[in-house]
Design a protein around this ligand. Sequence first.
Ligand SMILES: [Zn+2]
Length: 307
Amino acid sequence: MSITVFSHQYCSLHRVSEVHPEEPARIAAINDQIIRSGMEFALTQKDAKSATREDLLRVHAANYVDDVFERAPTEPDQHIWLDPDTMMTAGTLRAALYAAGSGICAVDEVFTAENRRAFCSVRPPGHHATWDAAMGFCIFNNIAVATAYAMHAYGIERVAIVDFDVHHGNGTEDIFLNDERVLFCSSFQHPLYPNSGTETISHEVINIPLPAGCDGPTWQAAVRERWFPAIDAFEPQLIMVSAGFDGHLEDDMAQFKLTETDYHWIGRELKELAERHCEGRIVATLEGGYDHSSLGRSVVAFLKGMQ
Ligand SMILES: [Zn+2]
């Protein structure tokens, strides 16, 4: 058994500008580090497929999906803004559809193939996209699309979503807030964009806001205390992971001080939880992570932890 990594060359078609941090080189940095580490031989690499309109409509409003399709630029020099942080250029729609579709491939993989763990190395990210709006570089909520597909296609009734990106996964929380089938666990720097997640009251939402400067031992202790008992009690049939690596010490998008050791640790802990509750099934998808060197190293450490 190995880990299946889903990606697609179309995910590099989305280009905002030469200086935007959410850029195609992020995926290349992950691929380079996978090869450099020798992990390539321990992974199964597959092409993602596109999400369908039906897949998107499980978690997004029809008028929002229609708006994205209708406004999507088709000419190389065109661009539009979906929100102040989220631009679409000519390749964006295709990249977003393959990013969302990769999670569906990954769900099928962990339910039907030998490999029980999958990682989607895709962009644009998804966890800020809400039911009816793009936000913070995110167009379709990739983790939500895959979670809803898993419940629809495999009839499962309990999915735990773990989001360790340094930003709160407000979009995912928004989409599943009143859905008792989904336990949402998010840790994030606060205050920081999008400045949500501290007021939420729900038994199915475990938010851990932590201050700037939070280091690995502090983060691990909070996660161990708050998430793991909740996940054990929930007994998920699938664990989904919004895997953002912008909490790394070297990533200046925020001020957490996590390192590869922490990403390896969470990979290993989630694997143990998955083996205890759901035959080892984990689907992780890339969210943030903007410093290329630490992003590549952190993804490899996380994959080794899940191995
Ligand atoms: Zn982030």
